[in-house]
Design a protein around this ligand. Sequence first.
Ligand SMILES: Nc1nc2c(c(=O)[nH]1)N[C@H]1C(S)=C(S)[C@@H](COP(=O)(O)O)O[C@H]1N2
Ligand SMILES: [Mo]
Length: 384
Amino acid sequence: MTSCRKTPPPAVEEGPSRLGKPVSAYGERSPLEKPARAPRSSTKTQEAASSTTPLQEQTGILTPSSLHFERHHAGVPQIHPERHRLLIHGMVDRPLAFTMEEIRRLPSISRILFIECAGNGGAEWGPKPAPDAQRSHGLASCSEWTGVPLKLLLEEAGIQPRATWLLAEGADACRMQRSIPAGAAESILIAYGQNGEALRPEQGYPLRLVAPGWEGNVCVKWLHRIKAFDRPHMTKDETSKYTDLMPDGTARQFTFLLDAKSVITRPSGGQKVAAPGFHEITGLAWSGRGRIERVEVSTDGGRNWRNAVLDEPRLPQAFTRFHMPWTWGGRETILLSRATDQTGYVQPAREELVAVRGLNSLYHNNAVKAWRIAADGSVTHVEG
Ligand SMILES: Nc1nc2c(c(=O)[nH]1)N[C@H]1C(S)=C(S)[C@@H](COP(=O)(O)O)O[C@H]1N2
Ligand SMILES: [Mo]
């Protein structure tokens, strides 16, 4: 291994002779740690807003709850869990209104799952992609979610066989509504826990829907109503929004599934490779279709590809961390990563994606992401 530059040890500021801080009721990170969510510039009002996860600073596969990306269409409502109800009605034999206590009595499961906004990577459709990993890929995060299988709640209410669709609705001011095929209830989680504690208000406290591997918009937060029905409701967010306009002028609708994607987070846009020599390349990959099977990395602009090492556990519909040892010779080059999932689906190059989808889409851009390393070590995006 080529040597890395060694920094001399800092002068010791606090020795064991000085007493530290006492215990605390709720922990905080070191005041010297600065990773932060970034508000997105497309935001028109404070309430209809989004913020991104600093993926370039994340270690491992779990996103700290405080850094989970946010997308709110009408701000974060304050909901008292004792007054919250989840109504299940429509084509059911026994309409039910669950209290949080009643939901917590039921058998629970925990799953590590990513949530990704379908608009993640939206800027990558244009000629000027986002300058850093946070802004290009940070509308995605990964948490452990705990809750009750939706199937169980539907069985309690006696869902009728002719109910082929469900409408999920949030209790926020926009009453976010999405139609979901009833068959998907099998894998959907009605979650009240996130990373070992109650959901954060930004993530839907006290209750949200988590649809593994499906676009984030379906994961209705502050969930207060599910209606069983025999067709989709054609709500605003599944007609005028969250559809994909194709080159022939028709639109794809109900494109729930998120395809395989990956991004190198280190080194990535805005960072600097300090000096020639050894550096680990690392990043994240995920797929709505299941497990990540392989991530290939190229350090020469796509001429040669090598398999990266994948961290365990490699969970379906969760972030997978990849690593690749790299010795940088100090010349300009381009780094790329390409994920393959357990179904054999391979993340497309930008040209391959555009050949099928055209350039009218806002959502579902999962193209291979490239970072340019300049001779001085600075890392920037590559224009499309
Ligand atoms: N009730 C409600 N649910 C919602 C939204 C919302 O504005 N209101 N935003 C949706 C969108 S577009 C996304 S991408 C995810 C974001 O989840 P997060 O804020 O926990 O990251 O929540 C979805 N669920
Ligand atoms: Mo979203």
